[in-house]
Write a protein that binds this ligand. Structure first.
Ligand code: NAD
Length: 469
């Protein structure tokens, strides 16, 4: 069945034509509907996340549902204030004036295209921004999480009017059809490859875009890293193994000072076994460890590990012999010294594979990291006791975000705008930044019309301020 996008957009354009979306009440109604949906249907979402990604209950709540709830709460609390016109100053020559800037909805309904890895969170977080900004929107969830996609398709019409929020299920064909139309904003999260496709399509309709893309995030364990390697490994691997490594800001590879390699590997193994109750040699995943999204994705990761093994990388933990692609299980795998030309050192890993590369000096690590990363990564993680050392790495390795002694906390800091830079993305969102992204700053000026204010006015020809005197 061909998708009739005009029919989908018509009720949303009608909402805009009537101006309902301009009001605070309309926006709060949508946010309440969203909150009700994720509260009343929470179990449906949790079940779907388990089916599609093997996510266990608490991970689904903490890494997806709770973040959406917090975002809704923030919008509901601040929206009235954010929507108020703000007075700005003006040149004395046009005294007396009232100059204001007000954030208003964008030019058309918005389109949200989401990826498979956080299929609930990354679908609904931008939707909060869109609806809070007064923009009806269409969500196109990932076809790789068919159960979550179906839950959206079933639940959204129960909670939202067609003039506010709709879901279009499907893959390439459906997205291509949607992209033929003009939007107030296309919010795309996914791979760099598809980001380029979306950006080209958007150029044809002159639709603005936000692109949240991926990349290889470097992590550095420095010579003066904090003494408790167990805590270091909990922070680093807790982040890396969340959602089995299928996280855009997951530490992709680890540069480890040579003096710390042994203690890092030892603590990493005990952390993995403690966090997931995995036992070395087990071929099946525990119920705690998430699945890789499809068999094909699992096969890609298995091949990546096999290649590293065949090219002399030392398997410190896990390895290809434990992979079980028909169960979509890839074990946490630590590879020491992988060949620098292997796939795991060239492509975004997006799985529970941790390459560890020893280094001797900070500058050597910096040079090698530049060789590995083609663009600017989403994040840079440095484990160091020294603020100066962290700042040195930050000054030498550009990144969209950075953390010292932590990993992947970007989404839990409400005032952190989330977004990439260069090849890792374009534009940002989350909290107030989302409101700004999904609105336009409309300017308004009022000048009392009185002859008194015209005398000696420099603005008129011949700009000498003498006419009219
Ligand atoms: P993807 O690019 O394959 O797919 C994303 C969306 O695009 C899906 O909805 C899909 O249906 C659609 N799509 C796929 N091919 C298309 C085409 N040819 N034309 C039009 N639409 C198409 O991404 P994915 O595999 O679902 O997600 C993983 C990627 O997303 C990783 O690179 C990851 O780093 C990135 N990501 C980035 C962020 C971020 O916030 N920066 C967050 C999550 C994921």
């Amino acid at each position: 069945m061909t998708l009739n996008v005009d029919d989908i957009l018509a009720p949303m354009k009608e909402t805009r034509r009537k101006g309902d979306n301009l009001t605070l009440e309309w926006r709060l109604r949508q946010l309440d509907a969203m909150h009700l949906m994720i509260t009343e249907k929470r179990e449906d979402f949790i079940h779907a996340l388990h089916k599609d990604l093997g996510k266990e209950r608490t991970e689904s709540i903490y890494s997806e549902i709770l973040l959406v709830e917090l975002e809704i709460k923030r919008f509901k609390k601040e929206l009235r204030q954010w929507m108020k016109p703000k007075r700005v100053s003006y040149p004395g020559a046009i005294f007396p004036c009232v100059c204001e800037v007000q954030s208003v909805p964008l030019s058309d309904p918005c389109l949200i295209i989401s990826p498979f890895n956080y299929p609930v969170g990354i679908s609904l977080l931008p939707a909060v921004g869109s609806l809070g900004g007064g923009n009806p929107c269409v969500l196109k969830p990932s076809e790789l999480c068919p159960t979550v996609s179906k839950v959206f398709a079933k639940m959204v019409p129960l909670y939202f009017d067609k003039g506010a929020f709709q879901v279009v299920e499907g893959g390439v064909d459906e997205t291509t059809a949607l992209l033929q139309h003009h939007y107030g904003l296309i919010h795309f999260t996914g791979s760099e490859r598809v980001g380029r496709i979306v950006q080209s399509a958007a150029a044809k309709t002159l639709s603005p875009t936000v692109l949240e893309l991926g990349g290889k995030t470097p992590t550095i364990i420095t010579e003066d890293c904090p003494d408790d390697m167990n805590v270091v490994c909990h922070r680093l691997l807790g982040g890396k193994l969340l959602n089995a490594g299928q996280t855009c800001v997951a530490p992709d590879f680890v540069f480890c000072h040579r003096s710390k390699v042994d203690s890092f590997c030892k603590a990493a193994i005990s952390t993995i076994e403690e966090l997931f109750e995995l036992k070395e040699g087990e071929k099946n995943k525990t119920s705690e460890f998430p699945s890789i999204v499809t068999e094909n994705h699992a096969e890609r990761l298995e091949n990546m590990i096999k290649e590293a093994e065949s090219k002399g990388g030392e398997i410190v933990y896990g390895g290809s012999k434990l992979c079980n692609k028909s169960c979509r299980y890839i074990p946490p795998t630590i590879v020491l010294n992988p060949d620098k030309d292997s796939v795991m050192m060239k492509e975004e890993i997006f799985g529970p594979v941790i390459p560890v590369i020893p280094f001797d000096t900070d500058d050597e690590a910096i040079t090698n990291i530049h060789e590995i990363i083609p663009g600017i990564p989403l994040a840079l993680y440095v484990f160091s006791k020294s603020k100066e050392r962290y700042e040195y790495f930050m000054s030498k390795i550009p990144s969209a975000s950075a953390m010292r002694n932590e990993a992947i906390l970007q989404f839990v800091i409400p005032d952190f705008p989330f977004g990439g830079l260069g090849l890792s993305g374009l534009g940002s969102y989350q909290g107030k930044q989302s409101f700004d992204t999904f609105t336009h700053e409309r300017t308004s000026l009022y000048h009392p019309c009185h002859a008194l204010f015209e005398y000696g006015n420099l603005r008129y020809h011949p700009h000498t301020g003498t006419k009219g005197k």
